[in-house]
Design a protein around this ligand. Structure first.
Ligand code: PGA
Length: 252
């Protein structure tokens, strides 16, 4: 059975103190009531070491939101995959549309990041998804396939075990406009078929594919009720413990 996952993406929010407070609150909530899925929180780099230590004996895993496309050296301001790993973080989110758009991360750059993350023992949450314009032109399938082909389909089946896919339609991110459960299910099934073409049906069946884009406690049960939706990557609603817990509870 593939894993069900609820992952938070704090983006550029929370001071260190606020992040520690949120992680502490979540840890206590999930110790009191065990989640019925894997739980991950993606935090800014500056939180990683402290939050990883804090959550060491909890059910919550920690993710970075990015890592460098270079191994080490004179790249002022960058943080390498091995540095992320050394904090105790287990995952890294790569390919988020905000990174692609605002920081010009190309499929080639993302491929380097994916390779370095996996080589350094991190698991990758790899994001794909179309813009509104592409959706309106009915190009969502071609866009998702090309993003997978450009940055992750070169991986071996062994490496693929450490990859989680997140489908995040850009038009639904932070807009309050969620894809309908049917729209999401349709493309998730397509994404799984693309994985099956490259790695076979068995591997595709084991691959977790998360939905992201204005997912909240009120729409999570319907989304997660679909056969090809294995959880969510949560932005805005991961910034408050109660909101995030409400989404985790959708798996109960
Ligand atoms: P959102 O963000 O939940 O705030 O729409 C999702 C994401 O970008 O991962």
């Amino acid at each position: 059975m593939r894993k069900h996952i609820v992952a938070g993406n704090w983006k550029m929010n929370k001071s260190l103190q606020e992040g520690v407070a949120l992680a502490t609150e979540l840890k206590e909530m999930l110790a009191a009531q065990k989640p019925n899925c894997d739980v991950i929180i993606g935090t800014p780099f500056i939180h990683l070491a402290t939050v990883s230590e804090l959550l060491k004996d909890s059910v919550i895993a920690v993710s970075a939101e990015n890592c460098a496309d270079k191994e080490s050296g004179a790249y002022t301001g960058e943080v390498s995959a091995s540095m992320v790993k050394s904090t105790g973080a287990e995952y890294v989110i790569l390919g988020h549309s905000e990174r692609r758009e605002y920081y010009h991360e190309t499929p080639e750059i993302l491929k380097e990041k994916v390779d370095l993350a996996l080589a350094n023992g991190l698991k990758v949450i790899f994001c794909i998804g179309e813009s509104l314009e592409e959706r309106e032109a009915n190009k969502q399938e071609a866009v998702c396939k090309a993003e997978l082909a450009g940055s992750v389909f070169h991986l071996t089946a062994e490496q693929w075990k450490n990859v989680v896919i997140a489908y995040e339609p850009i038009w639904a991110i932070g807009t309050g406009k969620t894809a309908t459960a049917e729209q999401a299910e349709e493309i998730h099934a397509y994404i799984r078929s693309c994985v099956a073409e490259v790695y076979g049906a068995e591997v595709a069946d084991e691959t977790s594919i998360l939905y992201g884009g204005s997912c909240k406690a009120s729409n999570a049960p319907e989304l997660f009720g679909k056969p090809n939706i294995d959880g969510g990557l949560i932005g805005g609603a991961s910034l408050k413990a109660d909101d995030f817990k409400g989404i985790i509870d959708a798996w109960n």
